[in-house]
Design a protein around this ligand. Structure first.
Ligand code: ATP
Ligand code: MG
Length: 207
């Protein structure tokens, strides 16, 4: 039987550098002889990307927290079904730009749905699957938002308040500290080369 691949997740607030560093992680794993699937959430499969468009869209009536959480978990279920579970079963490593921790941080903490609501959606959607390693790119929200705004293409989340972003950051850090074996916290406020080096040294130490 093929050994299951590993699920490696990049997390962090807006502009932390998740998308910037995803390819370096893929390259590092491939150099080690692994087959790697690089993907992102919300999205990652055709159906899930369509749901992403709904979640990130600007709707006249707004989107309440429950709708947002349910759409994101619907996208996650579709993504798991179409891409993540088959890849892991084939022994491929999956590198995912955001995953379930983002729901705890954004919808659970910052939007105020609470951890129990997210945990029940997590049970429904993931079953017993958990990321093997979560790389948390931790950044001061103001610095992250500045980076994201310089990059352009602002979305609904980047338009949120700093208070919202501080809640996101605090919840990510709380979850990382509660389970240090599965989470690595990286100072994402540093220059890009230093963040990349810190990420790769965590991968070397942990995988
Ligand atoms: N360490 C760094 N120092 C300076 N600029 C950086 C650093 N890391 C990334 N950037 C730049 O900051 C911007 C945001 O980075 P990136 O898009 O990777 O963030 P992200 O975490 O994927 O954000 P989002 O949550 O909005 O998807 C990009 O323009 C990127 O080039
Ligand atoms: Mg990104």
């Amino acid at each position: 039987m093929t050994e299951r691949g590993r699920l490696i997740v990049l997390e962090g607030g807006e502009g932390a550098g998740k998308s910037t560093h995803a390819r370096a992680i893929q390259a590092w794993l491939e150099q080690g002889g692994r087959e790697v699937v690089l993907t992102r959430e919300p999205g990652g499969s055709p159906l899930a990307e369509a749901i992403r468009g709904l979640v990130l869209g600007d709707w006249p009536e707004g989107i309440d927290a429950a709708t947002e959480a349910l759409l994101i978990f619907a996208a996650r279920a579709a993504h798991l079904h179409a891409l993540i579970r088959p890849a892991l079963a084939q022994g491929k490593d999956v590198v995912c730009d955001r995953f379930v921790d983002a729901s705890y941080a954004y919808q659970g903490a910052a939007r105020g749905l609470g951890p129990e609501a997210i945990a029940s959606l997590e049970r429904l959607t993931l079953g017993s699957l958990r990321p093997d390693l979560v790389l948390l790119l931790d950044i001061d929200p103001q610095q992250g938002l500045q980076r994201a705004r310089r990059r352009g293409g602002e979305n609904r989340f980047e338009a949120e308040t700093l208070e919202f972003m501080h809640k996101v950051r605090a919840e990510y850090l709380r979850r990382a500290r509660a389970e240090p074996a599965r989470y690595a916290v990286i100072d994402a406020g540093l220059p890009q080369e230093q963040v990349a080096a810190a990420l790769l040294s965590e991968l070397e130490a942990r995988l």
